[in-house]
Write a protein that binds this ligand. Structure first.
Ligand SMILES: *Cc1c(COP(=O)(O)O)cnc(C)c1O
Length: 394
């Protein structure tokens, strides 16, 4: 199906969906297959290798092939959501297997892991993001089966050194799985740094238009773990509807453009707002003062992502006011769309979350950078006017 040699640049592979052409009609856009079942021959064999849509639908295949190619992986699987993809990985574990995950990670997945641990289905240790000594100390050789990483982490932008995490995990006999939702394969390819599996919320920048809920896993090897992931997807029926699979491929054709523009916009917003008297800390790994900047610069390529978080000097009240003052940035959850969004993320995550209640998360879209900066600066000025004495507001 693919006419593309593997040395084609990612933007070429994405724009042309690996050069996909429908063998039956010559169409350059793949068809949407709504069929639930596929006919068997008189001998009872599947005519084209497919039986039932719960885990076999040709609509997924071009999107899976493109994502695997962009991540530098062997294969990909689409899921009904990012959470479905992530929880499927943990469903491959045996009862009591040990998992090490970061304190700061996608909140719903952390809550699910804690729930699994409370029910004694897994043993769980949460370690500070990017703290290699803490990660090594938490590993239990032989018992630890999975190390989870998310870098930059949502929402605070904490960075984990993937090569170091991979070698620590492997020495203990565990696998490293990386939630690569925020950077996307355009900015970071964890398999190149030694990760075993990559997970995505394709709901975010992979699709990019805030109209699809989807997830994905990508593997570097078609090994036993991968076969179990594939089997779990079929058992759980955690698949997309074909329309979502079709929309996702359409979105991914412009991935490289969207990621580049939103990362450039995010960098400019971070630089323009760092040091504003209303901001206590600006969390963006693209700023040289960010504690993870050096590692991020080494393992990311072409930008630092579309998420900028601001810790407000005036606490939770200032975070709420900030989000309400923004005009271009809509007050809504989620991230990775072409339109910019803002959320008082700490307040949303609530009790039990390590995210402070003064944190505002910006998801930066592809609008004009000047318009976005003007909106953020105007909102910050409304919360704490420029020129006021910093110390008076702390
Ligand atoms: C949104 C998100 C998820 C969950 O994905 P859904 O598609 O909403 O289920 C997982 N990880 C990260 C980093 C996310 O931002």
């Amino acid at each position: 199906m693919s006419r593309f040699p593997s040395d084609q640049k990612p933007s070429t592979r994405a724009a042309q969906a690996l050069g996909w052409v429908d063998p039956a009609t010559g169409a350059l856009v793949p068809p949407l297959h709504a069929a639930v079942q596929y006919e068997r021959t008189t001998e009872g064999e599947p005519t084209a290798g497919r039986v039932y849509t719960r885990d076999q639908n040709p609509t997924y295949e071009p999107a899976e092939a493109l994502l695997a190619s962009l991540e530098g992986g062997r294969a990909a699987l689409l899921f009904s959501s990012g959470m479905a993809a992530a929880t499927t990985v943990f469903e491959t574990l045996d009862v009591g297997d040990h998992v090490v995950a970061p304190e700061q990670m996608y909140w719903m997945l952390r809550r699910w892991l804690q729930d699994q641990a409370a029910r004694e289905r897994i043993a769980l240790d949460l370690v500070p993001n990017g703290d290699m000594a803490a990660l090594r100390a938490a590993l239990r050789p032989g018992a630890t089966k999975m190390v989870w990483a998310e870098t930059p982490a949502n929402p605070g932008g904490a960075i984990t050194d993937l090569a170091a995490a991979a070698s620590a995990a492997h020495e203990a006999g565990a696998r490293l799985v990386v939630d690569n939702t925020l950077p996307t394969p355009v900015l970071c390819r964890p398999l190149e740094h030694g990760a075993d599996l990559v997970m995505h919320s394709a709901t975010k920048q992979l699709n990019g238009h805030s109209d699809v809920l989807a997830g994905a896993l990508v593997t570097g090897r078609e090994d036993d773990l991968w076969k179990r992931c594939r089997r779990e997807r079929a058992f759980r029926g955690a698949v997309l509807g074909p329309f979502e699979g079709w929309l996702l491929l359409r979105g991914m054709r412009t991935l490289c453009l969207r990621v580049a523009v939103s990362a450039r916009n995010a960098q400019r917003i971070a630089e323009a707002c760092d040091g504003h008297p209303g901001v206590a800390t600006l969390l963006y790994p693209g700023l040289p003062a960010h504690p993870g900047h050096e590692v991020a610069a080494r393992q990311m390529d072409g930008g630092f992502g579309a998420v900028v978080s601001l810790r407000m000097k005036g606490g939770a009240e200032a975070a709420l006011r900030m989000v309400r003052e923004l005009r271009l940035f809509h007050n809504a959850t989620s991230l990775g769309g072409v339109e910019s969004l803002a959320e008082p993320r700490g307040l949303e995550e609530g009790d039990g979350s390590p995210v402070p209640d003064d944190l505002v998360r910006l998801s930066v879209g592809i609008e004009d950078a000047g318009d976005l900066i003007a909106d953020v600066r105007r909102a910050l000025d409304a919360v704490v006017p420029q020129g006021r004495d910093r110390t008076a507001n702390s």
